[in-house]
Design a protein. Structure first.
Length: 348
């Protein structure tokens, strides 16, 4: 008769349920700080409840968006600077929602790692809560997946899911017309796109993430982890003021690919590249990699993170309103007959 095999545990297989429970306890206060009208339940259940009527909607249409942070996470992991990538995650989702004219209502996150480090995970999720609070949406649920063998030690991935709403008949884009003015809202650096190319440029430069930043203060890693700007509250304020016909979130593909997505058939855009200053990070990337202007414009935001197409007679008032909300606004061009984006001038 053979001896009984010694029993294995889930923890010995690499999954620590107690660490997961500790993480939920740790992030509870951060999630509760994002509460807003409509929230009926929070973390801990099998699902989260949200009451659209309590949020103030009469005949709502739901709008949903999902996104990630991409290989910007590699810099966060390598430097141990984890506090801002949660903001990036929220921004990449909610900035898309507002382009439909929707108000973000609630957010869920998916955090996957090989071995759960509750302290590191809490820093990331607290960043998510910070982004949610700044956008007026509630963090009401999520999933933490510990998957040994799937990720190298210390590595993780993030995905986010945002749900918003608008009253029926108020969706954007709507009413875009030839002659509309294009208002560009300045970005806070690279945001969360183009990092595969950016990391290749940095590797070729011989610089490390902890080296002094060649185009600004602090270390190179710190500068490149500047979080994506949250445009939700200023953009919604402008939409509610009237005269906004479309918004385009400038992400992967740059102005070149994203602006045409909100223009109707038969209309294009003329953009003056001299209408705003090229931020130092992009000037450095262009010089270091020998990037052609067209490549830069279709890979990075080039200093403009959101574009609004607005009625010409409302352009000055809306620009002033947005500036009053803390945005740096540039009048970058206009809607014209045709298709796609035509550039004039040069980035400088």
């Amino acid at each position: 008769m053979s001896d009984a095999k010694e029993g294995l545990t889930y923890a010995e297989a690499g999954v620590d349920i107690e660490a997961g429970n500790a993480l939920v306890e740790r992030i509870g206060p951060a999630a509760r700080r994002t509460a807003r009208p409509g929230v009926m339940s929070g973390l801990g259940g099998f699902g989260a409840l949200f009451d659209l009527k309590a949020a103030g909607y009469d005949d709502p249409v739901l709008v949903a968006a999902t996104d990630g942070v991409g290989t910007k996470l590699r810099i966060a992991i390598d430097t141990g600077r984890l506090g801002s990538v949660g903001i990036d995650l929220v921004a990449m989702c909610v900035n898309d929602l507002v382009c439909q004219g929707a108000e973000p209502l609630f957010f869920l996150d998916y955090f996957a790692t090989g071995r759960l480090d509750p302290e590191a995970a809490a820093r990331i999720i607290e960043g998510i809560a910070e982004g949610c609070a700044a956008s007026g949406c509630a963090l009401i649920g999520g999933e933490t997946a510990e998957m040994p063998g799937m990720y190298a030690p210390g590595d993780f991935d993030l995905a986010g899911f945002a749900v918003g709403a608008l009253e029926r008949g108020q969706a954007l884009p709507a009413g875009v017309a030839e002659g509309d003015v294009l208002l560009g809202l300045a970005s806070d650096g690279v945001h969360s796109n183009g990092y595969s190319l950016l990391r290749k440029v940095v590797a070729g430069s011989g610089l490390g993430w902890n080296d002094p930043c060649p185009f600004g203060e602090g270390s190179l890693g710190e500068a490149l982890l500047e979080p994506t700007r949250l445009y939700v509250k200023p953009a919604l304020t402008a939409v509610r003021a009237g005269g906004v016909h479309a918004l385009a979130h400038v992400t992967g593909g740059g102005i070149t690919e994203n602006l045409p997505r909100v223009l109707p058939r038969g209309l294009g855009a003329e953009v003056d590249l001299g209408a705003w200053p090229l931020p130092p990070v992009f000037a450095w990337l262009r010089a270091e990699a020998g990037l052609e202007e067209g490549e830069l414009l279709k890979t990075f935001n080039a200093g403009i993170g959101m574009v609004l197409a607005v009625a010409a007679e409302r352009a000055d008032d809306l620009a002033a309103l947005l500036e009053g909300q803390g945005e740096r606004v540039h009048r970058i061009g206009r809607v014209v007959a045709g298709a796609g984006v035509r550039y004039r001038g040069a980035l400088s």
